[in-house]
Design a protein around this ligand. Structure first.
Ligand code: GLY
Length: 391
């Protein structure tokens, strides 16, 4: 029996009644508006003599780090501004969102990266959903054309990275699942099924090769372009090649849920449910459901958390709950994550240069961005809050 109480939700999971406070979205968004105004002031100061830098990414030794449009994270801040507009409908956020979105446009011709989806779909895509601006549609389509040039039909995947050529010949990373949303959108906008076919081929090849029997995934799979065969399976940003890097698991869950939305192929739904089962039932997932940076990090519980992995997980679970028979469990965990991010991982207003969330981890093995704010944690936190409200 699912009983809705005033101001609380009750879920029956494995025979246990779990009660959780409902998120006060209005208050959380009001706080996010105040904090983002702080960020806008800091960004304006930081960009004064460096206009090639377009978006805040993180804090480095307490200093605001901005990135150029070519950086994989350049679209998240514009996306956050669009989500503030989506929630509040205030013209001030639309104006700011348009300003920061425009700074990323030239990326539509950058064929040197698979991260086109992160950059263009989180900015132009989110803006297009709200405005139906024809110029945004053109940018989305051009970006999908550019991304498609990275598809190799022998491998059946889009090439992810061009760096570390000495290590991998044709690396495909689990994160790349997120960039397929741009391709599905381009087929809808043009009627050209070529983009859709590339996305499906990539998703199927990744499903075959990235996952272990327990449904955890490797981070990087390297392919031989002459034969299409797998050369090696690695984990670059997690603890070890055979470990489960937390954000990678979240990208997979979110990515296959999105692929199910776009195709209705039940194999993708099953895949997303299997990843959810691995993550949610893992003995190393803490009680607050904010993962350590890697499920197999050797020093747990004295290892850094990754709030970004939690935010992507919450947003993915909220969509997956619409399609799955495990709806109640997914809603309960998403609620727990959003409650805990809001209560214990948020920056006080006015501090941390205006970032919303603390305690994310970019790449622990490289000692890079450990226990810091990250713009993609903020982006998926706002997206999850919007999805929670719409639910
Ligand atoms: N896409 C890079 C990352 O998740 O760190």
């Amino acid at each position: 029996m699912l009983k809705k109480l005033s101001g609380t939700f009750a879920f029956l999971i494995a025979g246990t009644m779990v009660q959780a406070q409902a998120i006060n979205s209005k208050q959380v968004f009001a706080d996010a508006e105040r904090q983002t105004r702080v960020m806008l002031t800091n960004v304006a100061d930081a960009r004064a003599n460096k206009t090639e830098l377009v978006a805040p990414r993180t804090l480095e030794n307490g200093h605001l780090k901005l990135v150029a449009s070519r950086d994989w994270t350049s679209g998240f801040f514009a996306g956050e501004l669009w989500m503030l507009y989506a929630f509040t409908k205030k013209p001030e956020w639309k104006t700011k969102a348009e300003e920061f979105t425009a700074l990323i446009e030239k990326e539509k011709f950058n064929g040197g990266t698979h991260d086109m989806g992160f950059k263009i779909y989180c900015s132009y895509g989110t803006g297009y959903q709200l405005t139906k601006d024809a110029a945004y549609k053109d940018v989305i389509i051009q970006s999908a054309k550019t991304l498609s040039t990275r598809f190799n039909p022998v491998v059946g995947c889009i090439r992810s990275w061009d760096h570390h050529k000495e290590q991998w010949g044709f690396p495909v990373i689990i994160d790349n699942m997120m960039n397929l949303e741009l391709l599905f959108a381009a087929t809808r906008l043009t009627g050209d099924s070529a983009f859709y076919k590339i996305a499906v081929s990539h998703a199927n090849t990744t499903m075959n090769n990235h996952f272990r029997p327990d449904h955890s995934s490797y981070h990087v799979v390297d392919y031989d372009t002459a034969t299409g065969k797998v050369v090696k399976k690695n984990t670059h940003q997690g603890y070890a090649h055979e470990s489960a890097w937390a954000r990678g698991q979240s990208w997979g869950l979110y990515g296959y849920t999105m692929c199910y939305r776009e195709t209705k192929d039940p194999a993708y739904l099953k895949q997303a449910e299997n990843i959810a089962a691995f993550m949610l039932h893992h003995p190393n997932l803490p009680a607050d459901k904010i993962p350590y940076y890697d499920f197999n990090a050797p020093g747990i519980p004295n290892e850094p958390r990754d709030a970004s992995a939690a935010a992507v997980l919450a947003s993915g679970l909220l969509e997956l709950s619409k399609y799955s028979k495990h709806k109640k469990e997914y809603l309960s965990v998403a609620n727990t994550i959003l409650q805990n991010l809001t209560k214990s991982y948020r920056s006080p207003i006015g501090e941390n240069k205006g970032f919303l969330l603390l305690h994310s981890t970019g790449s622990k093995p490289h000692n890079s961005e450990v226990d810091v704010p990250l713009n993609y944690a903020d982006y998926y936190y706002l997206e999850a809050l919007l999805r929670w409200k719409k639910k």
